[in-house]
Design a protein around this ligand. Structure first.
Ligand code: NDP
Length: 485
């Protein structure tokens, strides 16, 4: 698990690896062993400039190509990514600590899906014809220009691909800054795109902390910033982008409700609650961390959930039998443990877990609190770790109001056998991404994103195309042009 993952250099700019050791050092630490698995350097202003220059140049060339040609490159990249899925998954597991069992199916695999999906759409990016009774107009869907992507540490290659695929399909170029905690796999995406035939400079990766992200999001050459991160960072990046009147997509945090009615298939509902709280050790923005369970089935739900959690296998995430990994860092582990202490102090009933696991690494036991009330800190703040808060409810109207009583609006889910009720409830939940009788499935065909403080703009689906392109209207006069004088 301590194998070196050192890439040839820190950055990938203009089609090749580039290093500048004058940049601040970034130590990439294994969350399992605490060992340094790679050492990179943050991009210096000169390298940021180089990346933006390369992107600007490549974008002109790329946008002039047909959608069909752009699509072919993206689909080829998807194939290469799938062929290398195991290597990419091992790298992602070493960098993030997520179990290989998960990364094999959810990370590069989803990235490849996005490249294939948008690669298939690229040739069909047309405008519309608007008849005007003789004269007519038409629209052309044009790229925005150079886009900046900034990623979080929970799904590094997936986030990079979800941003790059629609951006490139539309004819944009991208400069991507991964989280400084998980900088490795985006470099592999850059390599793959070149191999698939993308021009040098089309997709560049620069490393660094917040200041590198800030330099990118304020640069005049940049037309759009797409961030996946926390609400406070979102506020900062949005403010900076607004100053330059740039387009933005903000995929931010959440504290999503997952509502289980008493007629639900309880095994399915528990599966949903497990996926929505403990997959990736709880480090998923759309997690349904407020699990509202109708009173009549609460104790049965808790008992069976506790039983099912006996199936958790912690350990070396590279071991495919392991299904529960560590948190990304010591700091994140301490943050999560402090929320667990707050839960105990504020009077929530600890059902299971509640401690650091007895293992080397940043492992926290899957933790379930019951009798959580709406005002408790663990029901209000995003923890981003394996901590489930179970709240009771009695009536439909009551649970809808309580579910919506949050600053966030990323996701929501409902489990019930009554489909009319499912639709009625989902229709009233203020969230951007919702599920009926399942949780946290995010196929690339489906738009993904939030409302309220969870952000705006959408990734995936057709919707992402709208966020990486703009329409040019062309009025065509067939007759004389009349003027008053
Ligand atoms: P952060 O908000 O801390 O960081 C996100 C990215 O922004 C990082 O690459 C970070 O760099 C960078 N950054 C920090 N400051 C600035 C700045 N001023 N200007 C530009 N970029 C900046 O989030 P985390 O990495 O801690 O990720 C966890 C958060 O992400 C959670 O809140 C989670 O809910 C959210 N998230 C949302 C998702 C969604 O789709 N809605 C999906 C996944 C996560 P660095 O960290 O290297 O300093």
């Amino acid at each position: 698990m301590t194998a070196s993952c050192q890439p040839p250099a820190s950055h990938f700019i203009d089609g090749r690896y580039v290093e500048d050791t004058a940049g601040d050092p970034i130590a990439v630490i294994s969350p399992v062993t605490g060992a340094e698995i790679a050492r990179l350097h943050a991009a210096t202003p000169a390298l940021i400039d180089q990346a933006l220059e390369a992107a600007t140049r490549a974008q002109t060339d790329w946008a002039a190509r047909s959608g069909k040609e752009r699509g072919r490159v993206l689909r080829r990249a998807a194939e290469i990514m799938r062929a290398r899925n195991r290597d990419l998954s091992v790298l992602e597991t070493q960098d993030t600590g997520k179990p290989l069992q998960e990364t094999l199916v959810a990370d590069a695999a989803s990235g490849a899906d996005a490249l294939e999906h948008f690669g298939s759409i690229a040739a069909g990016l047309t405008g519309e014809h608007i008849p005007l009774g003789g004269d007519f107009a038409f629209t052309v869907r044009e790229p925005l220009g150079v886009c900046v992507g900034i990623g979080a540490w929970n799904y590094p290659i997936q986030i990079a691909s979800w941003k790059a695929a629609p951006a490139l399909a539309c004819g944009n170029a991208m400069v991507f800054k991964p989280s400084e905690m998980t900088p490795l796999s985006a470099l592999k995406l850059a390599e793959i795109l070149i191999e698939a035939g993308a021009p040098a400079g089309l997709f560049n990766v620069v490393q660094g902390m917040g200041p590198v992200g800030a330099a990118l999001s304020t640069d005049a050459r940049v037309a759009k910033v797409s961030l996946t991160g926390s609400v406070p960072t979102g506020r900062r990046v949005y403010t900076a982008a607004a100053e330059g009147l740039k387009h933005v997509t903000m995929e931010l945090g959440g504290k999503s409700p997952l509502i289980v009615f008493d007629d639900a298939d309880i095994e399915n509902a528990i599966s949903g609650a497990i996926l929505g709280n403990f997959y990736s050790s709880g480090q998923i923005c759309s997690n349904g961390t407020r699990v509202f369970v109708q009173k009549g089935i609460k104790e049965k739900f808790l008992a069976r959930l506790t039983e099912r959690l006996q199936g958790v296998v912690m350990g070396d995430p590279l071991d495919e039998a392991v299904n529960f990994g560590p948190l990304i860092s010591t700091a994140q582990m301490e943050k999560v443990l402090s929320y667990i202490e707050i839960g105990k102090t504020e009077g929530a009933r600890l059902i299971t877990g509640g401690h650091r696991a007895d293992l080397n690494g940043c492992f926290v036991e899957p933790t379930v609190f019951a009798d959580v009330t709406d005002q408790m800190t663990i029901a209000r703040e995003e923890i981003f770790g394996p901590v489930m808060a179970v709240l009771d409810f009695e009536a439909e109207e009551e649970v809808i109001a309580r579910a919506n009583d949050t600053q966030f609006g990323l996701a929501a889910g409902v489990f019930t056998a009554d489909l009319s009720r499912a639709h009625r409830v989902i229709g009233q939940l203020k969230a951007g991404t919702t599920w009926i009788n399942t949780y946290n499935l995010t196929p690339v065909e489906m738009p993904f994103g939030g409302v309220k403080a969870s952000g705006f703009g959408r990734e995936n689906g057709w919707a992402a195309i709208e966020h990486y392109s703009q329409l040019k209207s062309v009025y065509v006069a067939l007759g004389a042009t009349e003027a008053p004088y």
